[in-house]
Design a protein around this ligand. Structure first.
Ligand code: ASP
Length: 376
């Protein structure tokens, strides 16, 4: 079969396109061989870019902004690279979106705090309410990424996409995963299908929900997984594919006052009641048990937890096991003891939900249980 070019104007158009494509691939080739984060590409200002979706990138630090220090053998400092530099140095990002970048914090996410959560939540809500951005991408360390994602998913009122992204290797490491992860996060953020999906985590070609995702490996790039709920979709450099329909989450007001104290207590063999008694003495408003198996613990610990629940402390049974639901009234009589079963939520996420519920005045065990069932 032969293809005939019909008119000279079409031929001209085609030749121009070819020339443009050749220039783009030359340019891309040049950019691709440069080391990650080495170039400073100016931010988008042209008319063409003005028509692109507007993405606000909020940087908080983490390994994705990490740079090697002189301790050797893979040592690095989290959050050393700034927001502007992160954005400017990912090749091709300016073709996906019109980006602006702001630094919210420069920390390893092991130091994530309620204050930074509050800053993030207010900045995002303002950006959406005032029509400043069509989507938000947050660069974040992986250690507590799941907690920040889940927290934001509960307090933000929007159907616009919010995507958290991190990396397992610092920018200066061999095979740094940060640049590709940022690129894919922006791809997901601007994808039409992302609307109404709430807060997501994008890393290593996977899209995971804020509720489902957890860090499963201390060093591997495929650390972020959703053991109970499965991934929302997949992304490669060019395609975004969701494999699940969008699901509605619940909304809880972000309180003005500091979040209430909720402690996580890790269950183990030969366990006594001391940790629980200490939590009660610390005036914890809630206790989350990282129980064995289906949220179990020793008789001594159970008795102490019953005492706590009787005093009005919200007691949630979660599990130290990495996969599976904690169901009500299996080996523990939750109805009798006034406990809540965490269902699919791991201890760190159960803590976030418990804090926000208590802050919103929800402490009745039945109401708290309903909230744990809502949105999954
Ligand atoms: N400790 C780092 C952090 O959470 C680890 C990472 O980013 O992967 O900030």
């Amino acid at each position: 079969m032969s293809i005939t070019i019909q008119s000279s104007s079409f031929r001209q158009f085609f030749t121009q396109k070819l020339l443009a494509a050749a220039m783009v691939s030359l340019l891309t080739g040049f950019i691709a061989v440069a080391p990650a984060y080495a170039q400073e590409k100016p931010m988008s200002t042209t008319n063409q870019q003005a028509a692109l979706p507007r993405v606000l990138l909020l940087a908080t630090g983490g390994t994705i902004a990490g740079s090697a220090d002189n301790r050797g053998s893979g040592a690095y400092n989290s959050g050393a690279i700034g927001a502007q530099q992160l954005v400017s140095s990912v090749a091709g990002l300016g073709d996906l979106a019109s980006l602006s970048a702001e630094q919210i914090a420069s920390i390893g996410s092991q130091d994530m705090s309620d204050d930074i959560w509050r800053k993030l939540a207010s900045r995002i809500q303002k950006a959406f309410d005032q029509g400043e951005a069509d989507a938000v991408v947050i660069t974040h360390g992986t250690d507590t990424m799941e907690e920040t994602a889940f927290f934001l998913s509960l307090v933000l009122k929007t159907d616009k996409p919010v995507v958290l992204v991190g990396s397992m290797r610092p920018a200066t490491a061999l095979g740094a995963d940060g640049p590709a992860n940022i690129y894919e996060a922006v791809q997901v953020a601007v994808d039409k299908e992302s609307k109404g999906r709430g807060v997501m985590v994008v890393m290593n070609d996977q899209i995971d929900s804020a509720r489902g995702v957890t860090k499963t490996h201390s060093t591997s790039v495929q650390t972020m997984q959703s053991p109970n709920l499965g991934s929302e979709g997949y992304v490669d450099l060019g395609h975004v594919r969701f494999v699940k329909p969008a699901a509605q989450g619940q909304f809880l007001k972000l309180p003005e006052a500091p979040l209430p104290r909720v402690e996580i207590i890790y269950s183990h063999s030969n366990m006594d009641a001391l940790q629980i008694e200490h939590a009660m003495a610390d005036k914890a408003k809630g206790i989350v048990l990282a129980g064995m198996g289906d949220g179990n613990t020793s008789k001594a610990a159970l008795a102490a937890l019953e005492k706590a629940a009787a005093q009005g402390i919200v007691v949630v049974r979660s599990t130290r096991v990495s996969k599976g639901y904690v169901n009500r009234n299996v080996e523990v009589d939750d109805s009798k003891s006034g406990f809540i079963a965490s269902m699919d939520l791991n201890p760190q996420k159960a803590r976030v939900l418990t804090q926000l519920l208590i802050a919103n005045g929800v402490t009745d065990p039945q109401k708290v249980q309903e909230a744990f069932l809502n949105g999954h």
